[in-house]
Write a protein that binds this ligand. Structure first.
Ligand SMILES: Nc1ncnc2c1ncn2[C@@H]1O[C@H](COP(=O)(O)OP(=O)(O)OP(=O)(O)O)[C@@H](O)[C@H]1O
Ligand SMILES: [Mg+2]
Length: 234
């Protein structure tokens, strides 16, 4: 469903991603792991059409998405939940969710989608009038995902959704991701919580200094000696 071919990404003259190729099939949960500064967020930004310049191809259902600006990509079905959530802190839960449905196709069914999001994330229904900035980290992450779902994505890009969250929310979040797959979503997730994500994901890629150095089934990578030493501290 999502295919990246020979991607090189740059901030000005500085190259951060080198010849990155990866694919995510429909209904798959694919993880991207790697040390700090490996280029994980850069890859997510590039897929979302933000910040970087690049060469190479990004295809969604076989169609190149390069011609589409960042704000047009959600209506193509690709939505990013960025690192550190980037909510609108002075707006309430409902207002943040409404912003998520800004593209025309999503807006026309926003009422129904809102009910679905509230069903999936009941905490948002309970707190619909609460100002986003006053919610706990875990609640804010649920809101960030809820806002992304309001755009009716087919492919959801999650950049470190469990960062800074209490263990109970980490578990809730991974349960939610599995639930999203059941609902037909395709997920590409960046995670530092390597152990947990490799258990949940169907497949994973390891990014090192902007290069993909390993790829395989989550369960196989969990047992890989090199990965264990490098990322699992085992
Ligand atoms: N806007 C920017 N301008 C210039 N360089 C940047 C910019 N954003 C990131 N970089 C650099 O690109 C490299 C990759 O950063 P990136 O944020 O993609 O890493 P990451 O794998 O997401 O790391 P982390 O695990 O800490 O989130 C780093 O060396 C970083 O300093
Ligand atoms: Mg990052």
């Amino acid at each position: 469903m999502l295919e990246v071919r020979h991607l090189n990404a740059f901030y000005g003259p500085v190259q951060v991603l080198h010849d990155v190729s990866l694919s995510v099939a429909a209904g798959e949960i694919v993880a991207l792991v790697g040390a700090n500064a490996a280029g994980k967020s850069t890859l997510m930004f590039t897929l979302a059409g933000l910040r970087t310049t690049h060469t190479g191809e990004i295809l969604l259902d076989g169609v190149a998405i390069d011609p589409f600006a960042a704000y047009e990509r959600p209506s193509r079905g690709l939505v990013l939940v960025p690192e550190r959530r980037r909510l609108f802190p002075f707006m309430n839960v409902l207002e943040n969710l409404e912003v998520g449905a800004y593209c025309p196709a999503a807006r026309s069914v926003a009422r129904k989608t809102l009910d679905e999001v509230f069903e999936l994330l009941p905490v948002l229904a309970e707190r619909r009038k609460q100002v986003a900035g006053s919610m706990s980290g875990g609640e804010q992450q649920m809101l960030a995902i809820g806002r992304a779902l309001m755009a009716k994505p087919r492919v959801l890009l999650l950049d470190e959704p469990t960062e800074g969250l209490a263990p109970i929310y980490v578990k809730l979040l991974f349960d939610l991701i599995v639930n999203l797959r059941v609902k037909g979503l395709t997920v590409l997730i960046v995670e530092q919580n390597v152990h947990h994500v490799l258990h949940t994901a169907d497949r994973a890629y390891v990014l090192e200094n902007g290069h993909i150095v390993m790829e395989g089934k989550g369960s196989a990578l969990l047992n890989d000696e090199r990965l264990k030493t490098a990322y699992l501290g085992l």
